[in-house]
Design a protein around this ligand. Structure first.
Ligand code: HH2
Length: 289
């Protein structure tokens, strides 16, 4: 059965249309927008713009996983960056769902207490054993993303070795994480799988995952993709500057939608909103017509 709603701590998001998750990095070092929204005021102004452009969810992160080898931050510093922003968004934009992009249960727990409804864990609960319990108790929605290694090397090629069946390996590592989450008490409808584009994956691995996305969708969980501005798009298009990769991002998102993804994590919300809504209308017309 296909999941029709994504259940989270404060309600449910209908998945009968593409859902756009706007990225808000409150970090000094993120690969494409690091340092731009470090103060709470700047971050809240950015959140307002993301909402105006049509974001359904705002994903607030305080620790970069940048490909050039990210610097891990402690839970106290990460909390100091993201918590005032999460509380501010929850207060000012009560209609907007907030997710926290963290691998740390302390940060997730405090974020859920301050108004976040979803925990986006790029390690799929590999790096903090308390994470499933924290999410289960809060009734949080969760994103379980495939990666290998720790925060500082998961977006590098350090662990990017695969045999012939990249998607098979990704699913082989990701599905046990979803099983463990369910065993900890997280409802199946609260779990979203993300194959982790660019995480421990060279361009050919990211392309293989996107081309075979229907196999990820067949696992029976809603699927999120995060292609926005990523390195493989730069390699395919020759666009070196990440902020200028919006057209490549759109191409990958539209294909992922056609292949069954329903949630799209992006920096450029208006472009994704428009492109995905138009592509969705065409797909629906095809199915109904
Ligand atoms: N990608 C990034 C961070 N978080 N979460 C999910 N679920 N899926 C992704 O693909 C994903 C993610 C990396 O992008 P960004 O946040 O722009 O960069 P940085 O890690 O440098 O902050």
């Amino acid at each position: 059965m296909r999941t029709l709603h994504w259940i989270h701590a404060l309600g449910a998001i209908p998945l009968e249309r593409p859902i756009v998750m706007g990225i808000l990095n409150v970090t000094p070092d993120s690969f494409s927008d690091g340092g731009r929204f470090l103060s709470t005021d700047d971050a809240l102004r950015r959140a307002e713009a993301l909402v105006a452009e049509g974001a359904d969810i705002i994903d607030v992160g305080g620790e970069s996983t940048r490909p050039q080898g990210a610097t891990p931050v402690g839970a106290a510093e990460e909390g100091r960056r993201v918590l005032p922003v999460i509380a501010g968004i929850a207060r000012r934009f009560p209609e907007t769902v907030v997710s926290v992009d963290t691998v740390k249960s302390d940060v997730a727990e405090r974020a859920l207490g301050d108004g976040a409804a979803i925990v986006n864990d790029v390690s799929a609960f590999r790096l903090d054993a308390r994470m499933p319990d924290v999410c289960a108790r809060a009734g949080a929605g969760v994103v379980l993303m495939h990666s290998r290694g720790g925060v500082s090397d998961m977006a590098t090629f350090e662990h990017a070795s695969y045999g012939d069946d990249v998607v098979g390996e990704v699913l082989g590592e990701l599905l046990p994480r979803a099983d463990a989450a369910e065993r900890a008490g997280i409802r199946r409808e609260a779990i979203v799988l993300d194959p982790g584009i660019g995480f421990s994956k060279r361009s050919e691995h990211s392309l293989a995952v996107l081309a075979e996305l229907p196999r990820v969708v067949e696992a029976g969980y809603a699927v999120l993709v995060g292609v926005s501005r990523k390195r493989f798009l730069g390699e395919l298009t020759g666009v070196r500057e990440p902020a200028e990769r919006v057209h490549g991002t759109t191409g990958a998102n539209v294909m992922a939608l056609a292949f069954g993804a329903r949630i799209f994590r992006v920096h450029d919300v208006a472009a994704a909103r428009h492109a995905l809504d138009v592509a969705w209308a065409i797909l629906q017309h095809e199915q109904n017509g």
